[in-house]
Design a protein around this ligand. Structure first.
Ligand code: CA
Length: 232
């Protein structure tokens, strides 16, 4: 399954937070590397065999956003943004620039590991080209071959747009998708970033899949950023 001895690069200038992450990672059996600034991070990403990068956005030399953009010129390595800045705009911008996920400080070791597991699972699936066609979370499942959705083992009628949205979420289970990403996938690149239609589509879908659409159990709202299908 997921390579146990994955190597994680921790890019963080705060020694306390860095040590916390390194300790948590080593405890779980990960190999670790670290960098305290953007230049150190970039040179290690070029020269070392790294499986995943944990990247602080506020670095002393360059902004973490610049690191994401640089790395994405030539590499698809998973990048999880670790940020104290809880401004939603920056999270969404980091994801749109190519980061895979984010975690907001302060966070627990459990949260950190959950994010890493999701990122590594997606990486692993890509590397072995697994063609998974049936996905399930709780009582909700989708069969991409038959184009069918089931809720509590009953076939659920969804519109083509709702189906496309659900399929996108299941292919990215556990990962946050920005509104921009979703709009681009569902309506196409020319649609712009008007989130009105997406909100309406999401509300309709939630009425079908959620017992209490106001307190969703499957598709979570990441306020100001986008949405995430829970990962179990
Ligand atoms: Ca920092």
């Amino acid at each position: 399954m997921i390579p146990v001895k994955a190597t994680v690069l921790v890019v963080e200038d705060d020694p306390q937070i860095r040590n916390f992450m390194l300790f948590a990672l080593k405890k779980e059996g990960f190999k670790t590397l670290m960098a305290g600034n953007a230049q150190g991070a970039l040179s290690q990403i070029v020269s070392e065999a790294i499986d995943i990068v944990l990247l602080d956005l506020g670095l002393p030399d360059y902004d973490g956003m610049d690191v994401i953009k640089k790395v994405r010129e030539w590499s698809d390595i998973p990048i999880i943004v670790v940020s104290a800045r809880d401004q939603d705009k920056e999270k969404a911008a980091a994801l749109d620039a190519g980061a895979d996920d984010y975690i907001t400080k302060p966070f627990s070791a459990t949260e950190l590991m959950a994010r890493i597991r999701v990122a590594l699972r997606h990486l692993y699936k890509q590397s072995v080209r697994t063609v998974q066609t049936v996905f399930r979370v709780g009582g909700l499942s989708i069969d991409l071959d038959k184009r069918l959705v089931y809720l509590d083992d009953q076939e659920l009628h969804v519109t083509p747009m709702e189906y496309a949205l659900l399929a996108l979420f299941f292919k990215n289970m556990g990962k946050v998708l920005t509104s921009n990403m979703i709009i681009k996938e569902i309506w196409g690149a020319g649609y712009g970033s008007d989130t009105q239609a997406l909100r309406a589509l999401m509300a309709g879908l939630r009425r079908k899949i959620e017992k209490n659409p106001g307190k969703p159990r499957y598709i979570m709202t990441e306020i100001g950023v986008g949405y995430r299908l829970v990962d179990e």
